[in-house]
Design a protein around this ligand. Structure first.
Ligand code: DP6
Length: 320
C-alpha cells in the first residue's frame, strides 16, 4: 500500500491555455512540451486504513494548501472509498512559481497512487487520470518532446522525439521565486470568459501544433524557435486582454527577453518561453547553453539560474 514515484516538470513549447470541459478538466487545445531532466518532484504515497484524513508534507514541512488537490487526485486514481494517505513530497525547485511544479507533482502522485492502490494502468489511462488533476501533468508522464492530443472524449499522449535524439538544454532565469498571485486554473477561466482573443487563440492552435510537430520531427531549431515564441506571446496576449488583466511578467522578465533577442542577433541558438509566472525559460542548442546561462545570469533582476537537459517521463522508484 505504499509507493514512491519521481517526475520531472515539463515546459510547454505550444501551450495549453483554456478548458473545454471544466468538470473533467479537458483542455480546449492540444499542446507540445519538453520534459526536463534535472528538476524533480518525488512523491511517496502510503495508503493506510488507520488514518482518518490525508496528510501531506513538502520538503519536510506540513502543507495544507496543496492537500485538497492531491486528495482529489488520489480519489481519481484509487476511488473515493480509498484508505486515507500519508503523502511525503520532495521537490528541488521553487513551487507554484510558474515552473510546472504542479505538473511534476501530479504526474508523480498519479504513478505512485496507482501502484499503491494495486492498479496496473496503461500510460493512456494514467494520462487521463493525471490530466484531471492538472492538464499539464499528463505530459510529464513521458519524456523528451511530448504532444498532448485533445481528442473528442479524452486526451492522448505521443512522444515526438526522445530526449536523447534531440538533446536541447533549458536555462531557467528565476526573476521571482515566490508563489504567483493567480493560479493557472483560475487565470485560464478568466481568459476563456473575458478575453476577446480567446476564440482565435483556440482556433489557430492546430496551425502552431503542426508547425512545431514538423520542426521537432526534422530537428529544425529555427522553425521551432519561431513558432514557440509566437505561441507563447499569443497566450500572454490572451491573458493581458482578459478582464481583470492577467500579467505574470515583471520588469526582469522583459529584460530577459531582450537578452535572448540580443543573443539571437549574435547567432546564438536560443529562444524563450514563459508560462504562468515571471520566469523565463531559454531553450538552447547544447553548444550555446553556457553562453545563454552567462548572459541571463548577468541580466538585472535575475535572482537565480537553473539549467536542465531533457529527461524521461515519470517512473516508479519503489512500490509493489
Ligand atoms: C501556462 O496544467 O497548471 O503552464 O489544468 O488547471 O491545472 P490546470 O492548469 P495547468 O496549466 C498550465 C498552463 C501553462 C501552459 C502549459 O503548461 O501548457
Amino acid at each position: 500500500m505504499r509507493a514512491t514515484a519521481i517526475a520531472q516538470p515539463n515546459i510547454a513549447l505550444i501551450k495549453y491555455w483554456g478548458k473545454r470541459d471544466l468538470s473533467r478538466n479537458l483542455p480546449a487545445v492540444g499542446s507540445i512540451s519538453i520534459t526536463l531532466r534535472d528538476l524533480f518532484t518525488e512523491m511517496n504515497v502510503e495508503l493506510d486504513d488507520s488514518l482518518r484524513s490525508d496528510k501531506l508534507s513538502v520538503n519536510g514541512s506540513i502543507d495544507s494548501k496543496m492537500l485538497p488537490r492531491l486528495s482529489s487526485c488520489l480519489d481519481e486514481v484509487a476511488g473515493a472509498n480509498r484508505a486515507r494517505a500519508n503523502i511525503v513530497s520532495k521537490c528541488n525547485f521553487p513551487i507554484a512559481a510558474g515552473l510546472a511544479s504542479s505538473a511534476s507533482a501530479f504526474a508523480a502522485t498519479t504513478v505512485a497512487a496507482s501502484n499503491a492502490a494495486g492498479r496496473s494502468s496503461t500510460v493512456a489511462e494514467l494520462a487521463n487520470l493525471a490530466g484531471r488533476s492538472s492538464g499539464s501533468a499528463a505530459r510529464s508522464l513521458l519524456g523528451g518532446f511530448v504532444e498532448l492530443e485533445n481528442r473528442d472524449e479524452d486526451i492522448a499522449l505521443n512522444v515526438l522525439q526522445e530526449c536523447d535524439s534531440w538533446p536541447l538544454v533549458v536555462v531557467v532565469a528565476i526573476t521571482e521565486a515566490g508563489p504567483k498571485a493567480v493560479g493557472s486554473t483560475e487565470a485560464m477561466e478568466i481568459s476563456r470568459k473575458t478575453s476577446p482573443f480567446y476564440t482565435s487563440w483556440v482556433e489557430r492552435q492546430d496551425e502552431d501544433l503542426s508547425t512545431a510537430r514538423d520542426a521537432i520531427m526534422r530537428r529544425d531549431f529555427e522553425q521551432l524557435a519561431a513558432v514557440a515564441e509566437h505561441n507563447c506571446l499569443k497566450m500572454h496576449s490572451v491573458m493581458w486582454a482578459s478582464r481583470p488583466p492577467i500579467v505574470y511578467w515583471n520588469s526582469a522578465t522583459m529584460r530577459c527577453l531582450q537578452t535572448v533577442r540580443k543573443l539571437q542577433g549574435e547567432g546564438i541558438g536560443t529562444f524563450f518561453t514563459i508560462d504562468a509566472g515571471p520566469q523565463v525559460k531559454a531553450v538552447c542548442l547544447p553548444e550555446d547553453a553556457a553562453t545563454v546561462q552567462a548572459a541571463l545570469a548577468a541580466t538585472a533582476g535575475v535572482s537565480d539560474i537553473m539549467v536542465s537537459g531533457l529527461g524521461d517521463g515519470a517512473r516508479l522508484v519503489t512500490g509493489a
